[in-house]
Design a protein around this ligand. Structure first.
Ligand code: HPA
Length: 275
């Protein structure tokens, strides 16, 4: 149990030495598939590649870079994770969620997390954004399973209003001002790596899901356990209506994510400035 705390302390020390100061982070950002450009907009940037960081796994996915970007957005100290780890890559969940433990140790109070997701709400179009109002953990696993270290978080964390309603309201206001199409909906987390069957999409629609994706849920679970406020946002990269489903490929998903990227960057950047 103390092993995790020791690992976090080792990673913290490395980052502190690398940056030659203790960074006091306000907000951490996880950038999903094809959404890395936000990191370019961070001021006073200092980058640390994942492979150098003790206890960090290394990202293997197409479209993901693999570095921590420290710096400023407005008056906030931020760290962006450019590239994330997925369960389907074979990383155990304690590694998938390890960076969340590290940003908490660096002082982060808020986690902003983005992803690419398949839309199942008939009102959604490819390229739209969706603020995550709530999620369903459909992965069949949970990163909190195992002995609980009470100094990191409670055994039975409460998940009411998991996604911070105040941050969602602020994002809605910004989307309106900036004329960005943003919905608010339920995200279902699956393990992947296959895309879903027609029957699965139909089932998800029936149980009230608006978007499906292969990330975010594990990191959000650990972030809440660690006491962070959470804002999650999906880029709807493809629309998966069971009746009219056509084969979709990952290159198209990445292309749509890249095309929607300026909107997402604008939204997240403004949100962080105004928090
Ligand atoms: N399923 C379907 N479509 C998607 C996904 C997914 O997990 N992620 C992005 N588009």
């Amino acid at each position: 149990m103390h092993e995790l705390k020791n690992k976090i302390a080792e990673t913290f020390k490395f980052i502190k030495d690398e940056l030659k100061e203790i960074p006091k982070i306000d907000i951490a950002i996880i950038l999903g598939t094809g959404l890395g450009n936000l990191a370019e907009k961070i001021k006073e940037k200092r980058n640390i590649e994942y492979w150098k960081v003790p206890n960090f796994p290394v990202s293997t996915v197409k479209g993901h870079k693999g570095e921590l970007v420290f710096g400023k957005i407005g008056d906030k100290n931020v760290v962006a994770m450019e590239g994330r780890f997925h369960y389907y890559e074979g990383y155990p969940l304690d590694q998938v969620t390890y960076p969340v433990r590290v940003v908490k140790a660096l002082g982060a109070k808020i986690l902003v997390v983005s992803n690419a997701a398949g839309g199942m709400n008939p009102a959604y179009k490819a390229g739209d954004l969706m603020a995550i109002a709530d999620h369903i953990n459909f992965t069949g696993v949970n990163p909190l399973i195992g002995p609980n270290d009470e100094s990191l978080g409670p055994r039975f964390p409460d998940f009411c209003d998991l996604y911070d309603p105040k941050l969602i309201a602020l994002a809605e206001q910004i989307a309106k001002e900036e004329k960005i199409r943003m919905h608010k909906g339920v995200y279902i987390g699956v393990t992947g790596p296959n895309l879903e069957t027609r029957a699965e999409y139909k089932f998800f629609q029936m149980i009230g899901v608006d978007a499906v994706g292969m990330s975010t849920v594990p990191e959000v679970i650990v972030a809440r356990h660690a006491g962070l406020r959470i804002f999650g946002i999906s880029v709807i990269t493809d629309v998966c209506l069971p009746e009219t489903l056509k084969p979709c490929n990952i290159d198209e998903i990445i292309k749509t994510a890249n095309e929607a990227e300026p909107k997402l960057t604008k939204l997240i950047y403004t949100l962080i400035e105004r928090i």
